[in-house]
Ligand binder design. Structure first.
Ligand SMILES: Nc1ncnc2c1ncn2[C@@H]1O[C@H](COP(=O)(O)OP(=O)(O)OP(=O)(O)O)[C@@H](O)[C@H]1O
Length: 255
């Protein structure tokens, strides 16, 4: 079964977690416990919660990097374990915490295979807010990256690296976008994503609630369970809850 089989059933993608549990090898307890929820096609979901609650594990399961211990993950009704991993990856654009910047040109870092669609490439640079910086470079998009490995290359700041990964994800234009804790200019990146992803389904992980408040729905995680869900405006009304506590703790940064 391939990505095309999933997509022909209807693009964009709907995701279903059906009683998913996951235990890391050699761990004594499950990291995710009987987790069930759905993401509607085109819906933007924010995942928040304390450290170690299981958010990154959920994202890794969703894109097929790890397989559930029990339960089913379905995309447009298709169980993802019936798909080849490489096929599964075609369904996702990802911006993950562990940055992957390669010692090749800016363009080659963003465009991975096939002919370059120049118009699309220019648009992605602009959407990721990299266009002005790239224009200012002598070699423009042909500038090599990673100074330590390439003579004459440039190094990116943390924020620029994040934006480059965003541009790569946008260029790939897969039906599901996953962002795991973009650290820099975070809420800006999130806001942009919300505008530009259109019919793309998206899952964002963030420790900063200011970023997630633009999601259609927020899932609050605690110890492998979803303990609250709703839009930011509803969740902040629920006084004394985990979301409220996280919000209060961070509110000083937003006012
Ligand atoms: N490779 C691994 N092997 C064993 N245990 C792991 C592994 N990765 C994560 N865990 C454990 O699974 C639990 C959930 O981790 P996970 O990274 O999914 O949480 P998180 O909510 O994303 O945390 P954070 O907000 O700190 O990034 C933690 O207790 C962690 O120690």
């Amino acid at each position: 079964m391939g990505a095309a089989d999933v997509l022909k059933k209807g693009d964009p993608c709907e995701v279903e977690f059906d009683r998913i549990s996951y235990r890391y090898p050699n761990n004594e307890k499950d990291t995710l416990k009987e987790l069930s929820f759905k993401i509607k096609a085109g819906e933007k979901i924010g995942l928040v919660g304390m450290n170690g609650a299981g958010k990154s594990t959920l994202i890794k399961l969703l894109c097929g990097l790890i397989r559930p211990t029990s339960g089913y993950i379905r995309i447009n009704g298709v169980d993802i374990t019936s798909m080849e991993r490489t096929e599964c990856y075609k369904l996702f654009s990802t911006v993950f915490q562990d940055l992957h910047i390669f010692p090749v040109s800016i363009k080659d870092n963003i465009v991975w295979d096939g002919q370059v669609d120049e118009a699309c490439f220019a648009q992605c640079l602009e959407q990721a807010d990299l266009d002005e910086w790239v224009s200012s470079l002598k070699e423009k998009e042909n500038t090599k990256l990673v100074q330590e490995l390439e003579e004459g290359a440039v190094n990116l700041s943390g924020g620029q690296s994040q934006k480059l990964l965003l541009a790569r994800a946008l260029y790939k234009n897969a039906p599901i976008l996953l962002l795991d804790e973009p650290t820099v200019a975070e809420s800006e990146v999130f806001k942009k994503c919300r505008k530009i992803t259109g019919s793309t389904s998206a899952v964002y992980i963030s420790h900063r609630l200011s970023a997630c408040r633009f999601s259609d729905r927020i899932l609050v995680f605690d110890d492998g369970h979803i303990i609250q869900e709703g839009h930011h405006d509803e969740l902040v009304q629920q006084k004394g809850t985990v979301y409220d506590q996280l919000w209060q703790a961070q509110a000083q940064y937003y006012t």
